[in-house]
Ligand binder design. Structure first.
Ligand SMILES: [Zn+2]
Length: 289
């Protein structure tokens, strides 16, 4: 009888404990949820899933003799512009039409407007996006001293532009000087400066500008870094913060990993770019209120 009573008590005990454990489970979930909610008021941790292809996509891709552009790196917002469009936007076009990334075109148009306010009106856009086929033909026609093989030119991505002046050579044209000085405010950098030839392995090209976007263009100008050096600098520092024109930026560098956790405050936005050599760069920004 005692044994029977003991077993019944144990059974009741097990059932009660079991129910209690089941009840505890959702309670703990709820606690976690509440603590995250509280945290989100100031800053929240966002975990982003990163596609392996992302390494080869984005505005910070390093494209040079060592790092070939992947198909994934060709801008997915290519648009064609014609002479009429260019004329309305305030510049001339060499040839009948030209293709560019829409993002890059918007930044370029804005930059030309600002230059016009400084009384510069002789911009001539000579080259934008080149397909791999066009690059191949150019390379065959002009040779390795004047063109890069298909896939190794920034023009194949849609992120680079050749800009000339209608009145003089870019080395001496006021348009060239203005672009070098103020282009970074619009996300553009002179890609192959004379004094960095030993790093870029490309001769001075006063007409070739590359879009990298803000704040990267301003940091590169401020610290006198070409893209090769800037990517290396980010990989070493891993994180940097800058304030520009009322916006706080944070730039973080990661070796590729499928999940990246970043901390954002309520009003932050972010974008992601690969560096074409195994790294992922997350840029987040918040407008100061
Ligand atoms: Zn070029």
């Amino acid at each position: 009888m005692k044994k029977w009573f003991f077993m019944l008590t144990m059974l009741v005990f097990i059932v009660i404990v079991g129910q209690q454990l089941q009840k505890d489970q959702p309670q703990r979930e709820l606690d976690r949820y509440h603590s995250e909610e509280r945290y989100a008021d100031e800053e929240s941790i966002v975990t982003i899933e990163i596609d392996p292809e992302q390494v080869y996509k984005g505005k910070l891709l390093l494209i040079n003799g060592d790092y070939q552009l992947h198909d994934a790196g060709i801008a997915d917002d290519l648009v064609m512009i014609d002479r009429e469009y260019a004329l309305k936007a305030g510049y001339a076009l060499e040839g009948e039409e030209l293709t560019l990334s829409q993002h890059v075109l918007d930044a370029y148009d804005m930059m030309v407007k600002a230059a016009q306010d400084d009384h510069l009106q002789n911009f001539l856009l000579t080259s934008g996006f080149r397909s791999l086929e066009q690059q191949k033909q150019l390379y065959e026609q002009t040779g390795s001293d004047y063109a890069l093989p298909a896939g190794f030119s920034e023009h194949n991505s849609g992120l680079a532009l050749d800009i000339s002046s209608l009145t003089s050579k870019m080395e001496t044209a006021p348009e060239g000087k203005w672009l070098q000085e103020y282009g970074p405010q619009y996300g553009f950098i002179l890609r192959y400066p004379e004094h960095k030839r030993h790093i870029t392995k490309i001769a001075y090209e006063p007409w070739h500008f590359r879009y990298v976007g803000l704040p990267h263009s301003m940091i590169m100008k401020d610290r006198d870094l070409v893209l090769e050096e800037y990517i290396e600098y980010l990989a070493e520092r891993q994180e940097l913060s800058v304030k520009l024109m009322g916006i706080s930026y944070k730039v973080s560098y990661y070796s590729y990993q499928p999940l990246i956790s970043i901390s954002l405050d309520q009003h932050s936005q972010y974008d992601i770019s690969g560096d074409n050599r195994g790294g992922i760069i997350v840029t987040s920004w918040t407008e100061e209120s």
